[in-house]
Design a protein around this ligand. Sequence first.
Ligand code: 13P
Ligand code: 13P
Ligand code: MG
Ligand code: MG
Ligand code: MG
Length: 379
Amino acid sequence: MKITLSVIKADIGGFVGHSSVHPEVLNRVKEVALEAKDNGLIKDVSVIVCGDDIALVMTHTKGLDSSEVHEVAWNAFKEGTEVAKKLKMYGAGQDLLTDAFSGNVKGMGPGVAEMEFEERKSEPVIVFFADKTSPSAWNLPLYEMFADPMNTAGLVIDPSMHDGFIFEVLDVYSGMSIKLSTPEELYDLMVFIGATSRYCVRSVFRKKDGEIGASASTQKLSLTAGRYVGKDDPVLIVRCQSGFPAVGEALEPFARPWFVEGWMRGSHTGPLMPVSFAQAKPTRFDGPPRVIAAGYQICNGNLIGPVDLFDDPAFDQARTDASHMANYLRRQGIFEPHRLPPEEMEYTTLPKVLEKLKDRFQLVDTGKPKFTTEGEVAE
Ligand code: 13P
Ligand code: 13P
Ligand code: MG
Ligand code: MG
Ligand code: MG
């Protein structure tokens, strides 16, 4: 029997500011999710939290994009929002962009990662969940997990992985995606996924048989809402072992922190810090960006877990490294590259300041200006 694993997440109000989720809000979300399980709408559910975001990890047999399953998450977030509003949590209902559910949460604000598969003899999966960053934060670790033999020994020594993997890459601006096969098209793949402001890895498949190995939430709220309303703190599902990366190979990229977009006001670069569930409460300059790893064994469609996989002293050094990286960047305050370039900022005063001062710009060259003050090519 095929099982679908659907992870749907949203920020429905922060406690305090954008730091964490109030227990009463979380309890309400859990209640609604468990009611849906009791009513047979879903097979099982586990509710996890990273920063001010809540994710419903659900199993069912209704396939991808099931409106019934999406509605379970929507209702849970709606009900949770009522509690968040009552307690005047910060940004209550922030990620619910419409009032009424219309069949699919995609484009309505929540982020979604889903995959459907035949449950194996043993089915270990990891749900990665990050706060204060965006879906392209998964590009680098997905490359390392599924295409870098220096990270994943299995690519070299496990015959069932040795053929490589196929990456599906989404251009978040055009909405088009392309599939690229590794290792032979690795350099073409890197051209795209290194450009994290535009391209996101959406899914990864095993080349030998097309089995799905990873699926990421690739909604970008800025484009969903037609304007820049927020980085979409992302989720990622990775299947492990027996033809996929071992659990430790999937976790290993996070032991070497790298820089991602997000952090304060969704407008900065910062290190992604792997943390335990208890430490997933970003406060320093509203960060630095955090990631948790929730491990499950799926057993007859039930979620056995989660295990808090970054709750391991072996990741202490990564946390220390990320703190050092944060110190270096904070030194630069409002200056790029700590602050993102204008087109990547969640909001900016630049157009208003430009408008106010536009008559005070003077040509310093004797030639014709090549660009307008807005940066466009002059006539
Ligand atoms: P164990 O011997 O602890 O089962 O570990 C096997 C393994 O392959 C670890 O990556
Ligand atoms: P969130 O996307 O986690 O709500 O953070 C927004 C923000 O502005 C943090 O400073
Ligand atoms: Mg928030
Ligand atoms: Mg958040
Ligand atoms: Mg957010």
